[in-house]
Structures are given as structure tokens and as C-alpha cells.
Write a protein that binds this ligand. Structure first.
Ligand code: GDP
Length: 286
């Protein structure tokens, strides 16, 4: 007979994640361009000059490599001595980050339409895995900036909540989770608010936005449809009655985390470990 050899080969299958696309949003001045530039430089140190400025009017999609020492959801249970992890430096895990161009109001509307498109996409190439919403934590003490930032974040979260609840869809299939990272940037500045107060300020401001929206909808429903007509327009699953917290959103399937960092201090450990903890968040989505 013919001998049969069975070869069992273990290799890094990486349990290929359903999607590795992330969208970078946030008000202008938050540090999004600085962040993409830094990630590009870290991913390909040899070609630093390649895309150092983003002047394009279309959104940019960059391919970024995750530092090999950052764990991913699929390899977190492996031992550090696992030989397959050593290969990671030669063959790093990559993800895609989309930055939206433009300024001021334009940037917001482009960001929102990009989010609409990516969050409803079923194509693995464009399908969204997570949103990184960047904020300037030194600028949030300004009422106007806080209101603008919270309004933008509110609109982003409402889109994700509607998607998670699957309102208006005939299919009852569960949608893949899209997580949100509020990247509390500029922690290197001594005027920066710590991530804990950034979270509180944003929650309080979003609560205010949500309450005034609830009131508006209730007034409108007096003379039109029934009281529940626009229920899905309210962020959180409590009809806008209680106090808004990001935790409330977790119950409808939208996970929000606020994590501090500094694009500028990336090589200096003392500033909230630079962007490391955001990279760890990305890793846990992969
Ligand atoms: P964008 O409008 O969101 O793209 O913001 P930019 O990337 O253009 O950044 C706005 C300004 O903030 C620039 O002057 C950056 O150099 C600065 N900046 C970005 N990240 C940091 C940071 O971590 N710390 C400090 N101190 N400044 C930062």
C-alpha cells in the first residue's frame, strides 16, 4: 500500500476578523491628522515622507500595522513564549483607518456620511469594525467646544444605536458590533482634563441634548403620530427619562470607552503612554 503521511501544521490563522476597518472622527483641531501621520510613520518608518500631509479632498484610507507587542482579541490567551507570536514582528497584523478631510462643518457632514455608508456596508472591504472619536481634552473647558463636540458625538452614537436596534429593517439577523473609542487626546498638556472628567462632561452635555430632543419630539407628537412614533430618535434605552451615561448604550449594543492618550507624547511614557492604549483598544477589536 501507499504510506500516508499526515502533516499537522500550526500556523497563525489569526481567525481572520470579519472586518478591520476603523473610522476616525471628531471635531477639527482634535489631532486626527497628527494621529494618522504618526500611525503611517510608525507603520512604515522607511517611507516617512510618503504621506506626511493630507491635502486631498476625498477621504484617506491608510493601512496601519499594529505593533507586535499589542495583543489582539484572537491572540490574547497565547503565552508570550508562543513561537507564532515571534513571527508577528515579521508579519504584523494590519488594520485600515479612514480619516475624513475638510474643515469645520464640512468635516462633520463628511464624517457622518462616511459613517452612514461604512456602518451599513456588508462588503468586507468597507465594513466598519470601530469608530475612533478624537477629542482635544484641553479644549473641552470651553462651553462652545464642549457643545459642538457632544453634538457631533451624539449624532454618531445615534446612528450606531439605530443600526444596532435594526429599526426599519425586515431582517432580524444580529448585526456585527461596532465599538466606539473616545480618544481623549492631548493628555500631555497640563490644562488637559483627565479621561474621567472628559467622560462626565460629555455624558452631561449629551444628556442635555437628548432631553431637549425628547421634549421637541413630544411637542411634535401632540399634533401628529402617536407618542412612540419617533422613539428610536432618542439616544439610550430609557426614552430619555433618566440620566444619560455611555453605559446605557451598552444595553442597546453600542460599547463606548473613553481612553486618554497623546499623539504628541507617543515616545514619552509619562503622557498617558502616547497612543499605546488606543492601539490596545484596536487590538481588542481584531
Ligand atoms: P485635526 O483637525 O483633528 O486633524 O487636528 P490636527 O491633527 O491638525 O491637530 C490640531 C493641532 O493639535 C495641531 O497643531 C497638532 O500639532 C496639535 N496636536 C495634536 N495632537 C496633540 C497632542 O497629543 N498634544 C498636543 N499638545 N498637541 C497636539
Amino acid at each position: 500500500g501507499v504510506p500516508v503521511f499526515l502533516h499537522v501544521v500550526f500556523y497563525r490563522t489569526a481567525a481572520s476578523p470579519p472586518s478591520s476597518n476603523f473610522l476616525l472622527l471628531g471635531p477639527s483641531g482634535a489631532g486626527k491628522t497628527a494621529f494618522t501621520t504618526l500611525l503611517e510613520a510608525k507603520s512604515s518608518p522607511a517611507s516617512k515622507k510618503a504621506h506626511s500631509t493630507h491635502t486631498s479632498q476625498t477621504s484617506t484610507l491608510i493601512s496601519v500595522s499594529l505593533p507586535p507587542t499589542v495583543p489582539t482579541a484572537s491572540n490574547r490567551y497565547r503565552s508570550v513564549n508562543d513561537p507564532s507570536l515571534k513571527d508577528a514582528s515579521k508579519n504584523p497584523i494590519r488594520y485600515h483607518l479612514r480619516d475624513t478631510p475638510g474643515h469645520g462643518k464640512l468635516r462633520v457632514s463628511q464624517g457622518i456620511s462616511e459613517l452612514q455608508a461604512m456602518s451599513t456596508s456588508n462588503d468586507a472591504k468597507t465594513k466598519l469594525r470601530g469608530v475612533i472619536f478624537m477629542v482635544d481634552t484641553a479644549a473641552l473647558v470651553d462651553e462652545e467646544t464642549l457643545r459642538d463636540t457632544a453634538t457631533y458625538l451624539h449624532d454618531v452614537l445615534l446612528i450606531l444605536q439605530k443600526r444596532a436596534l435594526g429599526k426599519g429593517k425586515s431582517s432580524t439577523k444580529r448585526v456585527a458590533e461596532i465599538s466606539v473609542l473616545v480618544a481623549a487626546n492631548k493628555q500631555d498638556l497640563f490644562t488637559a482634563l483627565p479621561p474621567g472628567s472628559v467622560r462626565e462632561k460629555l455624558e452631561t452635555e449629551i444628556d442635555r441634548i437628548r432631553k431637549s430632543k425628547t421634549k421637541g419630539l413630544m411637542d411634535a407628537s401632540m399634533d401628529s403620530a402617536g407618542p412612540d412614533a419617533e422613539e428610536d430618535e432618542i439616544l439610550g434605552d430609557d426614552d430619555g427619562q433618566g440620566v444619560f451615561t455611555f453605559k446605557l448604550l451598552q444595553e442597546v449594543g453600542v460599547k463606548v470607552e473613553v481612553v486618554g492618550g497623546a499623539v504628541k507624547g507617543d515616545q514619552q511614557e509619562e503622557f498617558g503612554s502616547g497612543v499605546r492604549r488606543w492601539e490596545e483598544w484596536v487590538g481588542m477589536c481584531l
